[in-house]
Design a protein around this ligand. Sequence first.
Ligand SMILES: NC(=O)c1ccc[n+]([C@@H]2O[C@H](COP(=O)([O-])OP(=O)(O)OC[C@H]3O[C@@H](n4cnc5c(N)ncnc54)[C@H](OP(=O)(O)O)[C@@H]3O)[C@@H](O)[C@H]2O)c1
Length: 113
Amino acid sequence: MSPSTPTCTVAVAASIVLGSRVFVPARLYEQDKIVAIAERLGKTPGQVILRYPIQRGLITIPKSTNAGRIAQNIDLFDFELTDEDMATLASFENARGRACAFSNMKDHPLYPF
Ligand SMILES: NC(=O)c1ccc[n+]([C@@H]2O[C@H](COP(=O)([O-])OP(=O)(O)OC[C@H]3O[C@@H](n4cnc5c(N)ncnc54)[C@H](OP(=O)(O)O)[C@@H]3O)[C@@H](O)[C@H]2O)c1
């Protein structure tokens, strides 16, 4: 790359991380493997799910109408998922766990999934 080549940084945001109510049939926060990680870490399953994209460097946008869950959903920075935990969370990235698969972009060189 020459010194004059323009560059830009793209910030990627993740929405519907908790599966929303309507988009994702699998209730991620009820999955046994995610519940087990949460119990080991002393966190809630929702916090484990939200920590996954944060640890991948993604801006993460959860929504809750419940004061207790809103508090949980910003309390994500005093624990870390292991590589094994991250792999477990990644295993839910499939047709049941992903709201927008962007399958029409599968051939793009920057397709992320
Ligand atoms: N930019 C975009 O293209 C785009 C696309 C879609 C959505 N969004 C935005 O992204 C945000 C999130 O979307 P979303 O609301 O559809 O999906 P979401 O955040 O994945 O799911 C929200 C649902 O999860 C529940 N919830 C929240 N915290 C929880 C926790 N800790 N444990 C268990 N359940 C929990 C909420 O229930 P309670 O309210 O009862 O807690 C609600 O039913 C919204 O602000 C939406 O507008 C943006």
